[in-house]
Every structure is written in structure tokens, then in C-alpha cells.
Design a protein around this ligand. Structure first.
Ligand SMILES: O=C(O)CCC(=O)C(=O)O
Length: 280
């Protein structure tokens, strides 16, 4: 038994590369977070979707609360140890009936992490059943190592670089990761996964929170930021991140803008190293 996960869930992660669902937050608490996100979108006149969906933990104290929650961190610690940095965070919204989808990919592709030991907690801010386009995974594919990806130019693909798996992986036996609002799933950075368009009547929203142990480093020549969220860091492989105190205040926005730009620069470097561009 771990701090949060059962022995079976930990063994399942080792074997299959994912755990789902994990009990997280109350419906009421989750509804409040969703309302704040959507109120911000209305105030800005812009949705937090592709192009504007990176690192909201630097903008909003309520996201800071989620990424530091022992409910999530205990589960992550059970998989990758007690000293943790938050490497990246993406908001994944899919409007009901929209064509938005996520192509088959491995998260590790543009992260340049060494060793490859990062885990993503996907926290649902709305129900994400199969018909709403929850994640779909190839169980055990995390053991295949890094696979080749190409870059697809498709506006419906929510992945910022449109990366898509460019090699054949047997997808005859996939598994879905449906979660209810407040629950979360966990997946390995090499797990092959995608998600289909949202055919439900409600918007599907989740936070993909990527954690790494502090001994991991980003091998890119661009030095990126990552927030220490638990334990200690004896390695100094990342620049620290500022925790937000005001809801998208001027200091929060300035820090966020810089951290996202640095992260994107690192991504571009990895794209140049790894992929060919494919027009669609
Ligand atoms: O939210 C989705 O549909 C995809 C999320 C994803 O690819 C991830 O969290 O790694």
C-alpha cells in the first residue's frame, strides 16, 4: 500500500502504464474551480484552449492549490518518489460537439527529460466519460520506449505542435480512461494515448499536470522552469517558479508569459531534433 494508491494500482501502473480512476476532489470543489476558469475565459474574451492553455498554475491560486494537493501528490509520490517538481501543466478543454481531438502521441516526445520518469496526473474539472472524448491508451505501450513522431498541421488537434505517432503500434486492444469531475488518472510519459472529439452535451475540461522527480533534468540547451511542489531538490536542474498570490495579477501574468515562452523554445528545439513536418 502506498500513501494514496493501493498495491494493485501501483502494480497496474508498472504493468500497463496508467491508473484510472483515482478518487480526488468533491463535486462541489471541482464545480467551483470550473466556474473560476470559465469566469476568467469570459472576462478575457478568449477560451483557454490550444495556444493559451499552458502553465495556468502560474496564474491562478486555485490551480496552485490543486497542484500542491496531498491528494494528488501522495499518488504521484507512490510512483516516482517524494521529491517532486511540477514540470508542465496543460488545460485540456473540448467543447461539446466540437471537432477538437488529441492525436496519438507519447508525452515524452518534446520534454527532453533524462531519466524518462515523468508522470501526468489528469484531473477532471468536468465529467469525462467515453462519449466526451476521455483519454484512450494502449496498455503496456510505455515499455516501447520513445517512438518516432511527425508534426501534423491540423487546427482541430489540441496538441500545440500537432505531434502524432509516426510508427505502427498495435491499437487493437486499447483502454479508455473515463473520469468523473474531481477524479483523476495517472499515466506514464511513454504511454501511447489519444482522445477523440467530445460527443456529449457538456464541455470536457481537465488539467494535465506533469510531475518529475527532482533528479530528472531537461537535456535541452534552453533551461526551463519547474515548480518544487514536494520534498527537496539537491540537484538544481530547473529554475524555480513563482507561486501565484493574486488571480492573474500583473506579476502572475509577467512570470507566466516568460515561463511559457521558455518552455515553447525548448519544445521547438526538440521538434527540430526529432520530427519532420507533415501537412494535412
Ligand atoms: O485531455 C486529453 O484529451 C489529452 C491529454 C493528454 O494527452 C495528456 O494529458 O497527456
Amino acid at each position: 500500500m502506498g500513501k494514496k494508491l493501493t498495491t494493485e494500482q501501483i502494480a497496474g501502473y508498472e504493468r500497463d502504464g496508467f491508473v484510472c480512476p483515482v478518487e480526488g476532489f468533491s463535486t462541489e470543489q471541482t464545480r467551483g474551480w470550473r466556474e473560476r476558469l470559465e469566469a476568467f475565459e469570459r472576462a478575457e474574451g478568449r477560451k483557454m484552449t490550444r495556444g493559451h492553455n499552458f502553465k495556468p498554475h502560474l496564474l491562478f491560486p486555485w490551480v496552485d492549490e490543486i497542484v500542491h494537493s496531498p491528494i494528488v501528490l501522495d499518488a504521484v509520490e507512490d510512483l516516482i518518489g517524494p521529491d517532486l517538481r511540477l514540470f508542465h501543466l496543460t488545460v485540456w478543454p473540448k467543447d461539446a460537439g466540437s471537432g477538437a481531438y488529441v492525436s496519438w502521441h507519447q508525452d515524452a516526445t518534446y520534454f527532453a527529460l533524462d531519466p524518462i520518469c515523468h508522470v501526468t496526473a489528469w484531473v477532471a474539472l468536468s465529467d469525462a466519460p467515453v462519449e466526451a472524448g476521455c483519454m484512450e491508451v494502449v496498455p503496456g505501450s510505455h515499455k516501447l520506449g520513445q517512438l518516432h513522431h511527425a508534426e501534423m498541421q491540423d487546427p482541430h488537434n489540441l496538441l500545440s505542435r500537432g505531434q502524432a505517432l509516426a510508427v505502427d503500434v498495435d491499437r487493437t486492444k486499447t483502454a479508455f480512461m473515463p473520469v468523473k469531475a474531481g477524479q483523476f488518472s495517472l499515466h506514464h510519459t511513454h504511454l501511447v494515448h489519444n482522445s477523440r472529439p467530445n460527443r456529449s452535451n457538456d464541455r470536457r475540461i481537465g488539467l494535465g499536470i506533469s510531475y518529475v522527480p527532482t533528479h530528472a533534468r531537461c537535456t535541452s540547451s534552453t533551461r526551463v522552469t519547474a515548480m518544487l511542489v514536494r520534498g527537496e531538490d539537491k540537484y538544481g536542474n530547473f529554475d524555480d517558479e513563482r507561486r501565484p498570490t493574486a488571480e492573474a495579477g500583473p506579476e502572475e501574468r509577467a512570470f507566466h508569459e516568460k515561463a511559457v515562452a521558455t518552455f515553447r523554445q525548448m519544445n521547438v528545439e526538440q521538434t527540430d531534433n526529432r520530427t519532420a513536418v507533415v501537412k494535412r
